[in-house]
Design a protein around this ligand. Sequence first.
Ligand SMILES: C[S@@+](CC[C@H](N)C(=O)[O-])C[C@H]1O[C@@H](n2cnc3c(N)ncnc32)[C@H](O)[C@@H]1O
Ligand code: SF4
Length: 357
Amino acid sequence: MNEDNSHTFGIYLHIPFCSRRCDYCSFATWTDRHHLIDQYLAACKEQVSQWIEELPEITSVFIGGGTPNLVPAESLMNVLAELPLVEGAEFTVECNPDLVTFEQIECYRQGGVNRISLGVQSMVPEVLTALGRDHNPDNVYSAAEQIRSAGIPNINFDLIYGAKGESLENWRTSLDLALSLAPQHLSAYALTVEPGTPLAEDAGRHPEDDDQAEKYLIADELLLEAGYSNYEISNWAQPDSECQHNLLYWNQGEYLGLGVAAHSHIAHKRFWSIRTPERFISAIAAGSTVEAGQEQLDAESRALEGRQLSLRTRFGVPERFVPHEVRHLTEPACISGNLKLTRDGRLLANEVAIRLS
Ligand SMILES: C[S@@+](CC[C@H](N)C(=O)[O-])C[C@H]1O[C@@H](n2cnc3c(N)ncnc32)[C@H](O)[C@@H]1O
Ligand code: SF4
């Protein structure tokens, strides 16, 4: 659990449009429905007005996708303009480096955005091709420059490791080039084979566990040397730059998800929205619910889930919940009496998590 128990409440807005679908991606996003963008944003704004009276002050906002910076910046900012944000609330927009412009980022900044998350994935052209991406790594340099010159100093890079043909040297190059741009935060994800994706159908391109483990250790070493610390298995930050919105998820905090396929957690209830933009737009227009499902965990399951999430973070879990057979994979955490995973332990996080009492 986080040391900070003060009030938190997050908003997530999902933008389900992309210019091209990447081979590994299973997120709710479409490349052939851009004609729905205006109606979709209007429906999301209507959803905000349905909730506005019930919302507490908001401490973090995350606009994710899909590709949020594919839609007009002014219309995007307009969707969330009425939200009651606390002073200094973290406000992130996930962006594709190819589509970043100075005017767009300036518009975001005027709308209260203070953090940009760039989908970099790799800085090596052949690796990007192997991932089924088509951006040029040079666009990452210009995107970072535009973001900073438009007055948003806080940047995250998302990287993926384990694409077919990515050598250890390629991975080091990606990390070195990414670090040369000094982002405040870096997420590095092991490429995951998601069912139903082109990657899933091509066994020859599936990642290998040992290769990914080695790349994870390289990332942690290089990032530590560069002054970042690991605060969740796949996330590293410079001092005072941990992502507040991520922390809220890992602390079982409350949040409202807006738009399609968005998940919410309010008053111990989890619920999620319908998946396609057409059905979402129609449901909002008809005044009917956009909820597609819900679950309510009992207190015991909630507590166990809380420990499993916290184990993934630098906060760790109280020693009494960690059985002796996996203690060698843990070390003292920042909270007295808690144990967190060691670097090697983070590679076996799921094995440890299922053994927690
Ligand atoms: C849903 S994507 C949205 C960001 C943006 N559309 C992009 O791709 O640049 C958020 C992040 O999840 C990660 N991601 C998506 N699918 C993944 C997969 N199959 N394996 C590992 N990471 C993945 C990528 O690093 C990506 O930047
Ligand atoms: S990974 Fe990102 S850019 Fe690629 S299809 Fe998925 S959401 Fe779109």
